[in-house]
Design a protein around this ligand. Structure first.
Ligand code: FES
Length: 158
């Protein structure tokens, strides 16, 4: 049976303190769960459902709606790279090719060492500094293939 770490339990309580009803905190709690467990599995959905008085199917249906919540295992560093209009116009596709070349896996696959996965995403809200990608909480902007290679190299050593 899984459960949050001690730090996760403290964070869970802090999240709940921001909402009048614990059920309203589902999305930030799922984000916390992803940080703790890596992805939202059936087991995670059951755990969160029990904590928050939701049927696991409701937890999974919320997780399914949000692409930033992983429904299958992801790498330690998951790259979301925007393929929307501004990024497309500013040359994201060569950057995507560089990600594939560097990692050797297709989107939504995990590298053999478990360190990386990647996916394309819709607008990250960073159109003025396109192309953009997000890794965890961090944004990387004004991408070029060379910059993508440099970022991945730094993350490899993290
Ligand atoms: S279109 Fe890529 S960040 Fe908006």
């Amino acid at each position: 049976m899984i459960e949050f770490s001690e730090e996760g339990k403290r964070r869970y309580q802090t999240i709940l303190s921001h909402y009048p009803d614990k059920r309203a905190a589902l999305l930030p709690v799922l984000t916390l769960a992803q940080r703790e467990f890596g992805w939202i599995s059936q087991e995670v959905a059951e755990y969160i459902g029990k904590l928050m008085s939701y049927p696991p199917s409701d937890v999974l249906s919320v997780a399914t709606f949000y692409t930033m919540l992983h429904k299958k295992p992801a790498g330690k560093h998951h790259i979301d790279i925007c393929k929307n209009v501004s990024c497309w116009l500013m040359g994201v596709y060569p950057c995507i090719d560089e990600i594939k070349r560097q990692l050797g896996v297709e989107k939504r696959e995990v590298t053999a060492d478990g360190k990386f996965s990647w996916d394309v995403t819709e607008c990250l809200g960073s159109c003025g500094t396109a192309p953009a990608m997000q890794v965890g909480d961090r944004y990387y902007e004004n991408l070029t293939p060379a910059r993508v290679a440099e970022i991945i190299e730094k993350l490899r050593n993290d």
